[in-house]
Ligand binder design. Structure first.
Ligand code: C5P
Length: 239
């Protein structure tokens, strides 16, 4: 598959056109940012690890009947995806209080939520991705009411599938962020699902196995991402 025009460059990925109009190529970078780009760095092997971990989760979701943009892995840090139009709403699902929810509501990190919480953020780097509610999403024309309903339903399904899959592997799914795309009149899970976009805690030790290690200068970032792969597959990553 030929790599064509660069369509989009984000903090952690580049998206290219290909010689097929219905396929894009996603390249995962080692660069990491946090706090709306105020903190920057490079995490060794992050791109190849997130490429593998995302492919693993997309395949898992597809097997559970949840549509995703994933087509196939085509390189060490490259995956082929369906050419979708990204809906500019980041959907966060939470099982346990952490991060911004802890700050916003003054609740200690680790407080269990009695049911999953779903939040919406307007995907706008220049505004720092502000939190919005369902009526903002519809009134601003970011998605229709039907699309929003479907995104919420899919986010809760993804939560259930990931949580149940990770539990026997000793990983607690604290929260995660999804992006969705439109293709052929369907809403599909897009972007990535990786330790950059999820909070994973070791069930036995409570140790963080995700990007919070970078955000909070805890060290051992590559080791934590590698450990997620090892827990998922029982194998060492070939990166
Ligand atoms: O920072 P906050 O607590 O709101 O993050 C919730 C979840 O969404 C975390 O798993 C975080 O990694 C993810 N997230 C993300 N991209 C953002 C904001 C949050 O992947 N822009």
């Amino acid at each position: 598959m030929e790599r064509g025009e660069l369509l989009y460059e984000g903090k952690a990925k580049r998206v290219y056109r290909t010689d097929r109009p219905d396929r894009y190529l996603v390249e995962f970078k080692d660069e990491a940012t946090a706090f709306d780009g105020k903190k920057r760095g490079t995490i060794a092997d992050k791109g190849p690890l997130n490429n593998r971990i995302s492919a693993y989760f997309f395949a898992l979701l597809e097997r559970a009947g949840i549509p995703t943009h994933y087509v196939e892995t085509v390189g060490d840090r490259e995956m082929l995806v369906q050419a979708v139009t990204i809906i500019p709403v980041e959907v966060v699902a939470r099982n346990i209080v952490a991060g911004s929810l802890s700050k916003r509501l003054g609740l200690p990190e680790g407080t269990p939520l009695s049911q999953p919480v779903v939040e919406y953020y307007y995907k706008r780097d220049d505004l720092g991705d502000p939190m919005i509610n369902c009526s903002h999403v519809v009134a601003l024309g970011l998605a229709t009411a039907e699309e929003l309903h479907r995104m919420r339903e899919l986010a809760l399904q993804v939560n259930q599938v990931l949580k149940e899959h990770l539990e026997p592997k000793g990983i607690v799914l604290v929260d995660f962020k999804l992006e969705f795309g439109r293709v052929d009149g369907q809403i599909v899970v897009a972007d990535e699902i990786s330790p950059d976009t999820c909070r994973f805690w070791d069930r036995a030790t409570g140790e963080k196995m995700d990007k919070d290690r970078f955000r909070r200068d805890l060290g051992g970032v590559t080791e934590a991402y590698t450990a997620v792969w090892r827990r998922l597959t029982g194998e060492e990553p070939d990166v």
